[in-house]
Design a protein around this ligand. Structure first.
Ligand SMILES: Nc1nc2c(ncn2[C@@H]2O[C@H](COP(=O)(O)OP(=O)(O)OP(=O)(O)O)[C@@H](O)[C@H]2O)c(=O)[nH]1
Length: 329
């Protein structure tokens, strides 16, 4: 449970908002109902029950987008009802809402909903003066301060979202080559096994290992060695479909994960990549860099460790038989 909260920002935020709303709005709902203000009491109760329902839905399904949007809409509508009924006393709720709405929905959705809510409140008071505010001066002060709060909340949420996306991207790739890293690979292999079991999808892997890479480092230096690794990844990727992905499996070992793959096509594709690398990945003196490859299709009732082990064995055989070749498991 803690791990899910730590990994999923929106789930954590929906849970936090749900908890805060339940703790702070429930006493108001009881108070309003007991003092005979039925409309506001029922609106408060609807807000609390929507928050609880959205939190349960998000935890059960893992979907945080729909419950987040739903809560944002319910809170905005609830705030409008409360302000129209309580007047200026209800307006104080608008300010925290203008901030935490950005924890529930994507920045653009949140700012549009905020503007719609402010628009309704301002338009109502302009059409029927003193419904909410005591004077035009008060209305203007509210409009200006609310727009400023919303603007800063939007800028902050937008920047945070960009940074979160960048961090996610950085955490999923190998910094030298830009290929996917081991962490992402494990998750994708796990998913592939699940899809195989549920839908019978056909997955294949190709495990590549550069030949005599130690000699390349020793003879040309580590920088040239790094350069070969960097140039290898786009070379492999240019042979693949968009849905296929390249991962750095170890030092000079790379893995390609392929979806909807025919068993007979897998070694042919690996051979095409081998030939392309041999022809195009050249050392400064024009010598070709070569690689060996092992391929394996995911079998039914096999876990990903067994799958990779078979690919690894095929690669071992390719090395053993003289390198610069492909062996299918
Ligand atoms: N330049 C560079 N070298 C690396 C990197 N990661 C691993 N290596 C080197 O890759 C070499 C791998 O050597 P070995 O495992 O002996 O394999 P090999 O020389 O390629 O021999 P075979 O695989 O049997 O053909 C080692 O010398 C590592 O130091 C890296 O990021 N950059």
């Amino acid at each position: 449970m803690l791990a899910r909260l730590k990994d999923n920002f929106y789930l954590a935020m929906i849970s936090l908002v749900g908890l805060i709303i339940t703790l702070f709005v429930t006493p108001y709902a009881i108070y309003r109902l007991s003092t005979g203000n039925l409309i506001v009491g029922i609106a408060d109760l609807l807000i609390v029950s929507s928050a609880i329902a959205a939190v349960i839905y998000a935890w059960r399904t893992g979907d945080t987008v729909r419950p987040g949007k739903f809560l944002a809409v319910v809170f905005c509508a609830g705030a409008v009802i409360v302000c129209l009924n309580l007047g200026i006393s209800g307006v104080f709720w608008i300010y925290p809402l203008l901030v935490f709405i950005f924890f529930l929905a994507a920045p653009l959705t949140a700012v549009l909903l905020s503007m719609a809510m402010l628009g309704v409140l301002i338009a109502t008071d302009l059409l029927w003066p003193t419904t909410i505010f005591e004077s035009h001066y008060q209305l203007t002060a509210f409009a200006v301060t609310a727009f400023i709060s919303s603007f800063f909340a939007y800028v902050f949420a937008y920047r945070t979202q960009l940074q979160r996306n960048e961090l996610k991207q950085l955490a999923s790739i190998d910094s030298l080559t830009g290929a996917g890293n081991r962490h992402t690979l494990n998750a994708e292999l796990e998913l592939a096994v699940q899809l195989k079991q549920k839908l019978g999808s056909r997955f294949g892997v190709i495990l590549f290992d550069l030949d005599h890479f130690k000699q390349i480092n020793d003879n040309y230096g580590h920088r040239i060695g790094d350069d070969m690794l960097i140039r290898l990844v786009p070379l492999i990727a240019s042979t693949l479909r968009q849905s296929d992905r390249v991962f750095r499996y170890g030092g000079e070992e790379f893995l390609v994960l392929l979806r909807d793959m025919q068993a007979e096509d897998l070694p042919l594709l690996a051979e095409k990549i081998r030939q392309r690398v041999e022809a195009q990945l050249l050392l400064p003196d024009g010598k070709a860099v070569t690689l060996s490859a092992g391929t394996a299709m995911l079998q039914t009732a096999e876990d990903w460790e067994q799958w990779l082990h078979r690919a690894d064995m095929a690669l071992y055989q390719a090395k053993h038989q003289g390198r610069n070749q492909v062996v299918a498991a």
